[in-house]
Design a protein around this ligand. Sequence first.
Ligand code: SF4
Ligand code: SF4
Length: 180
Amino acid sequence: MKERLTLDGDSQPFWKTKTLEQLSPEEWESLCDGCGRCCLIKLEDEDTSEVYTTKLACSMLNVRTCQCKDYANRFSKMPDCLQIDVKRARELKWLPPTCGYRIVDEGRDLPWWHPLISGSPETVHQAGIAVSSFAMSEKRVKEENYWRYIIPDLSTEEQQAAPEQPRQRKERVASSGRSR
Ligand code: SF4
Ligand code: SF4
């Protein structure tokens, strides 16, 4: 029997009744809204350990659709791509508050634009949540200039002042969300 995605036995959506640990693989995948925010290049200041987000997207990301160009083989093709699991969903401070995993873990309800609510992946773009509205591929920029593309912190409501050029290293992650 095909697994039901949205409702449990009490007619409650699964994201209201389950913890992250209790989600089936299919439910886990469906919580990813496909925004692409976790595929933006992060820079870590080696002196302060401060992590800054840039508007530069992983070279494997289709910036227009926010889909990974080879999601099934992403770890072999992009060795520093990380899979988001329950532990990382809780520990990675830079995950945006709009991320479906953070929303469920914090006991909030999914917003109108989430595909599980709207029924369409397009609403993530329409709401301006997807990085398609501002991101550009890292392929267009020399690595020593990545710091010039630092953007305000996406993980809080407050904006984070761009630093002087940090001693940088790259970090990237990928959701374990739906197949792209
Ligand atoms: S894991 Fe979260 S931040 Fe990354 S694409 Fe999915 S919803 Fe967006
Ligand atoms: S899922 Fe990984 S390899 Fe694919 S675009 Fe995102 S960071 Fe890059």
